[in-house]
Design a protein. Sequence first.
Length: 295
Amino acid sequence: MTTLTDLYPSRGATEVSVPRQDPVVWGAPGTPGPISLTDLQTYERDGFLAVEELITPDEVAVYHQELERLVTDPAVRADERSIIEPKSKEIRSVFEVHRISEVFARLVRDERVVGRARQILGSDVYVHQSRINVKPGFGASGFYWHSDFETWHAEDGLPNMRTVSVSIALTENHDTNGGLMIMPGSHRTFLGCAGATPKDNYKKSLQMQDAGTPSDEALTAMASEYGIKLFTGKAGSATWFDCNCMHGSGDNITPFPRSNVFIVFNSVENAAVEPFAAPVRRPEFIGARDFTPVR
């Protein structure tokens, strides 16, 4: 049995900072795909790429209608894949949405979407996680600063940074309604967080991040070095970002809702193993164990 070296230690007694050991763009130079060479270079440098109109207004209407159907369905609300907002008791997220909904399954297979993931990761890809996020107005909670890879490595067992996420806006992202914030360039440093992972940590962390949260001192240093970019844009716009980007979002206290579909593509050559820093795996609807390539 082969033992994998843990390149990115985390959840120990102290916080540690480790230089990235993996490429950012895995595809060979000149590999054909939807992303231009210039945009790939931007992604490699910053860790993210914004696309103004990934899907059309007509398509946005279809996906938004499907989102509304799902979040108002009592059967979906009762499903363990639905996460409920602590204060409002409304649905915050619905996970594994590409398996619940054929409408969103088609989006995952769309070449504008999966083609970009293959181009960045340099291989076939599978869906490690998918979800719709609903951030209604008047008090929907944000997500504290974190690196997704820190959690996916520690709790899901992804060995390497060969994973890319896309957030596709289904409502307009204003600069006031709790939009996504990323520290440009932060993907080049892995921050291993302090503190052991509690069993079934996901039940709490999906509502409010705790384990895997960087210290104020580390965040201050990273923000001072990299700055913070806030993403705005019309419905249909998308943000692609590397798994190790330090990112978060604020509360939405405006009247304007912010909803999006979020898809995580992982390379089939980076399939999950046992967690590197957690007592048990997270459920498969959060961290997939079906590594079938998207076709």
